[in-house]
Write a protein that binds this ligand. Structure first.
Ligand code: B1M
Length: 244
């Protein structure tokens, strides 16, 4: 792996963590996440200041042909090693469920880091989330609605897989289930406008925005408690608290 520039303005364990994800060093990632937590860094900060920017840098290196698919996969595994440690911390934040959500990456698309982050944030906000996985065909989303999901979340990373989101919405409508469920979509190439064009109820640009959007969408659905009773969990990426 190539040497990478350190993330500007970030020092200590988070800088080590950033470098370790970019260089795909799984064990160093685990160690650095544990040490950052031990030093008092909030899990949200570890995500927003180290893990996510590191994957952005990996994407940049891929674009300029310094990284190829193997490096992408190794860095992705390293990122997941960090997420695995953080996940329970988000889950512990609340004790009861405020709504049922089924979330998956659409058919043809294998990217799951963004989806997993959205799931962690939603679980941390008290929602019960079914992770449908990656490369999920329309009928599996339809099945989830029949199984009681109040919100369907879809993730797509590629221009070639984004249209599959519309296929899912069409399939839900064809089964006469559209009125029963809210649909939220996300992914780096998506926009609010695109979400509107394909008939989704909402779009979110990141995991925190996804939590806000789901709360907004669930207000008014019969049997759902709504925002008023949702637990207060601070999960903003914009968190400014410093621990250095
Ligand atoms: Co792929 N890949 N990849 N890749 N990959 C991208 C997306 C790419 C931009 C890289 C690049 O060229 N710079 C590029 C797409 C370019 C394009 O077409 N415009 C690309 C490509 C081309 C490909 C392949 C086609 C490469 C090939 O085979 N030649 C191939 C496709 C495979 C497939 O899916 N069929 C491929 C494969 C892979 C790996 C398997 C190696 C690996 C994925 C591993 C995994 O996910 N387990 C991988 C990776 C790691 C990336 C990059 C480097 C990182 C993606 C990521 O995890 N980002 C990516 C480059 C980049 O993004 N800079 C790239 C971090 C993550 C936190 O962000 O996923 O955007 P993101 O999620 C955000 C928001 O988008 C939002 O919230 C998340 C958290 O803030 N969000 C939602 C996401 N889902 C949401 C759902 C919501 C709401 C918000 O509601 C439901």
């Amino acid at each position: 792996m190539k040497k990478t520039e350190c993330l500007s303005g970030v020092t200590g364990e988070l800088a080590t963590l950033y470098r370790a994800v970019v260089q795909g060093e799984e064990e160093t990632v685990r160690e650095a996440v544990r040490q950052a937590l031990a030093a008092g860094a909030p899990a949200t900060r570890i995500l927003s200041d180290a893990l996510i920017p590191a994957m952005t840098e990996v994407g940049r290196l891929f674009e300029i042909h310094e990284y190829y698919l193997p490096e992408l996969m190794i860095s992705s595994d390293a990122m997941h090693a960090g997420l695995d440690i953080l996940r329970p911390l988000f889950g512990e934040a609340t004790a009861h469920s405020s709504g049922n959500i089924a979330l998956g990456t659409v058919e043809g698309d294998l990217h799951d880091i963004g989806k997993n982050l959205v799931i962690m944030m939603l679980e941390g906000s008290g929602f019960h989330v079914t992770d449908l996985g990656v490369d999920i065909p329309s009928h599996k989303f339809v099945q989830a609605v029949k199984g009681g999901a109040q919100v369907i979340g879809m993730s797509a990373m590629l221009p070639t897989t984004m249209p599959n989101m519309k296929l899912v919405i069409d399939a839900i409508r064809a089964e006469g289930l559209r009125e029963r469920v809210k649909v939220i979509v996300g992914g780096p190439l998506l926009t609010q406008e695109y979400a509107g064009q394909i008939g989704a109820d909402g779009y979110a640009s990141d995991a925190s925005a996804a939590v806000r959007k789901v709360k907004e969408l669930l207000l008014g659905i019969p049997g759902v408690e709504g925002n008023r009773k949702l637990p207060m969990v601070t999960l903003q990426f914009s968190e400014t608290q410093s621990y250095y």
